[in-house]
Design a binder for this molecule. Structure first.
Ligand SMILES: *Cc1c(COP(=O)(O)O)cnc(C)c1O
Length: 403
């Protein structure tokens, strides 16, 4: 490639849907993998409440702390999933961004400089399932009277120094759709404080039905649930028909409100969902899912990606080891030449994304990673042939776009 060639210009809507599911998808495997060995999860921390999304769990944590006014500030990392910022703004608080180091650990000096009057909570993220060191942060929060929230959206399962993820923070949150083949789900837990904002109420029959249909629909789309796929297909078609008819005679806005934005892949925050519990079907599936299969497969896929991208030009790993007790959410890969590589991979239907919406000018590492750090799913429902195809496709693009 020479410098005279311009990078391809695509909009997000130009990309085809991923050929391999981005997130877990329902198959019979979830119920067959064995539940004998206990893997500790965020839910082992203590008191818990199940909501429809991780962002709602963050907002609820902030409410528990009493952060609900314009003068309250919440510290969160500059490298973030946009919805974290939305959740803070959603309770009328002011987000203050702190820096992270290239290895994704928090910049304690920057936090020390920014913890001042008005800061009431600090959110720390266990990126991609790898634990942050929390002892210094815990001490700093204790000294300053700031509440610590552990964002375990990427670390539902884990053994962090003998404790489940989320045990150190005053509160911890997780996003269940990232670890289970469900429509909606988030949880808020605390080892140190009783939870006052509960129980949340039902989302209503239409929401419950939508959750069931959505879970099955995704599964049919990717031809999982093999033996009964042919049975489900006509049902999904029928639903499309009914849905379209009601949509035509109804206000489309009302239809959108049947499910939370989080469950439909949106980045918005709607406070009305704070009062709603997880759907029955999502709760049922996630409580019945095999922890063993989920944790083993994720580690296996992660290791496979680690090996496959070792010594490939044009990229470098963020993590070179997979420590015991880590059950990763995705495989993060740093690419040298994102202007070409990102769109070319995406155009081939490889499941992959990046956090593009980070605010520039706060943290150079966050700005860099918003473009260069790609997240590849390593969830339990990715099959071996799909894993091979992802690696071959990405390696092909990387090696033909060296500069
Ligand atoms: C996805 C995510 C959330 C929010 O989870 P939702 O269930 O999508 O609302 C929070 N924090 C981090 C780091 C995330 O990646």
């Amino acid at each position: 490639m020479t410098d005279t060639i311009n990078p391809p210009q695509y909009k997000l809507s130009d990309y085809p849907p991923p050929r391999v599911p981005n997130t877990p998808i329902l198959s019979f495997g979830y119920f067959l993998g064995g539940r004998a060995r206990q893997v500790s999860s965020v839910l082992d921390v203590g008191d818990s409440v199940l909501l429809t999304s991780g962002r709602d769990a963050i907002a609820t944590a902030l409410k528990e702390i009493g952060v609900e006014s314009k003068s309250a500030k919440v510290l969160l990392p500059a490298y973030n999933c946009k919805v974290m910022v939305e959740a803070v703004l959603g309770v009328q608080a002011e987000p203050v961004l702190y820096r992270i180091h290239p290895d994704l650990t928090v910049d304690l000096d920057d936090i020390r400089a920014k913890i001042r009057n008005g800061v009431e909570a600090l959110i720390v993220v266990h990126y991609f399932g790898f634990p942050q060191q929390l002892s210094d942060l815990r001490k700093l929060c204790d000294e300053t009277g700031v509440s610590l929230i552990e964002d375990c959206a990427h670390a539902f399962y884990g053994d962090f120094d003998g404790s489940p993820p989320g045990a150190v923070g005053d509160y911890a949150i997780a996003s269940l759709m990232k670890f289970f083949p469900i429509y909606d789900g988030g949880c808020l837990v605390s080892r140190h404080h009783p939870l006052r904002n509960k129980p949340p109420g039902s989302g209503g029959l239409r929401f419950e039905i939508k959750a069931i249909i959505n879970i099955l629909e995704r599964s049919v789309e990717y031809a999982r649930l093999r033996p009964i796929n042919w049975l489900l297909m006509p049902l999904i078609k029928l639903k499309d028909l009914v849905w379209r008819r009601t949509k035509m005679s109804n206000k489309p806005l009302e239809m959108d409100a049947v499910g939370p934005g989080a469950a439909d892949g949106g980045y918005g925050f709607d406070p009305s969902w704070l009062k709603v519990r997880i759907s029955r079907i999502s709760e049922l599936i996630f409580k019945r899912s095999s922890a063993l299969r989920c944790t083993n497969k994720r580690r296996e896929n992660f290791r496979y990606f680690m090996d496959a991208f070792d010594n490939i030009s044009g990229c470098r790993p963020i993590f070179t080891k997979l420590p015991d007790g880590v059950y990763p959410y995705v495989y993060p890969l740093y690419i040298d030449n994102p202007e070409f590589v990102f769109p070319l991979i995406k155009m081939q239907g490889v499941p992959m994304f990046r956090w593009e919406d980070v605010e520039n000018g706060v943290c150079d590492n966050a700005s860099l990673y918003s473009q260069h750090l790609l997240q590849f799913p390593c969830h339990e429902e990715i099959r071996e042939d799909e894993r091979d195809w992802i690696c071959d496709t990405v390696t092909g693009v990387l090696t033909s776009n060296l500069r």
